[in-house]
Design a protein around this ligand. Structure first.
Ligand SMILES: Nc1ncnc2c1ncn2[C@@H]1O[C@H](COP(=O)(O)OP(=O)(O)OP(=O)(O)O)[C@@H](O)[C@H]1O
Length: 267
């Protein structure tokens, strides 16, 4: 459900130096964020930044605010107060569609691929600008487009399944196809929600490998519950709890944090 309303942030715009700070250091920068649902405070974050080409993992118990954080970045949900900066711009009041056009891609937990279309056809549809062309599948992609599709599919071991309808793919293959489709749009920031959910151990390891490979070309934020997968990602971890940032650092560091242990054990 789209919870984005027309309500504008209640705060006055922050002074310009916040925008400068965001532009200089971070691809994504959240400042003094509050999100409330009917008076319930789901998110309360002073400052949160993601560097260019960083892979950041966000963990936290159920209801911690992980999805809400992604929702305010992608424009699905409005902030009650605070500012969201992306790529140097204040996107706090920008619509979900325009945020996507600015380069924020989002992968939800359940893969959204077209079952009746082949792997290749799904990738064709994901090419930038293709969504608007009605006879999409009959309009010829360029040689460059074709090369990009094949290179990406090779990376996720889906070349053998090029002409296979997506409905015959395994859950893991569907996840990789969807990530590949998102990459076709060359997103600056990719928000990925629980990519390891429902995967076998082998598929989980391959997904971690893929995300690690993509880091460096894209900035990626992963929400995850599977701690073994988080360990494999070997990246900076931010822990959310009851809407607040509880800890931040390597997995080893946050795992030993008494507040983090308490937050998980207290459930
Ligand atoms: N649209 C909404 N209306 C009312 N409350 C909401 C809404 N969206 C989220 N919440 C509440 O905000 C809190 C944070 O939810 P959120 O989904 O962001 O947590 P999460 O960390 O992603 O949890 P999970 O790991 O279970 O997915 C929860 O208490 C949730 O019930």
């Amino acid at each position: 459900m789209n919870t984005k309303t027309t309500t504008k942030p209640t705060r006055n715009p922050e002074p310009d130096y916040y925008a400068d700070e965001a532009e200089l250091k971070f691809l994504l920068y959240l400042r003094d964020i509050v999100v409330e649902f009917d008076g319930f405070r789901a998110l309360d974050i002073d400052a949160f930044g993601i560097f260019h080409n960083e892979l950041r993992v966000i963990i936290g118990p159920n209801g911690a605010g992980k999805t809400t954080l992604c929702d305010i970045v992608s424009g699905k949900t409005d902030v009650t107060a605070g500012r969201v900066y992306f790529d140097g711009d204040d996107i706090t009041a920008v619509s979900e569609t325009d945020i996507a056009k600015r380069g924020v891609g989002r992968k939800f937990q359940t893969p959204t691929v077209f079952d009746s279309l082949t792997v290749y056809e799904n990738m064709e549809l994901a090419l930038p600008g293709r969504q608007k062309v009605i006879p999409n599948l009959w309009s010829k992609e360029t040689r460059d487009d074709r090369d990009r599709i094949l290179t990406m599919l090779e990376r996720v071991s889906l070349l053998q399944a090029l002409h296979t309808p997506a409905r015959y793919l395994s859950h893991g293959q569907r996840q990789w196809l969807e990530i590949s489709m998102l990459i076709m749009a060359r997103p600056k920031l990719l928000l990925v929600d629980e990519p390891a959910a429902g995967l076998t151990d082998e598929e989980t390891a391959l997904t971690a490998e893929l995300l690690l490979e993509l880091r460096g070309e894209h900035t990626i934020v992963v929400i995850e519950h599977d701690m073994e997968f988080v360990r494999q990602l070997d990246s900076r971890v931010t822990v959310l709890n009851e809407g607040k940032m509880l800890a931040d650092g390597t997995m080893e560091k946050v795992q030993q944090d008494p507040q983090v242990i308490e937050a998980y054990l207290g459930r």
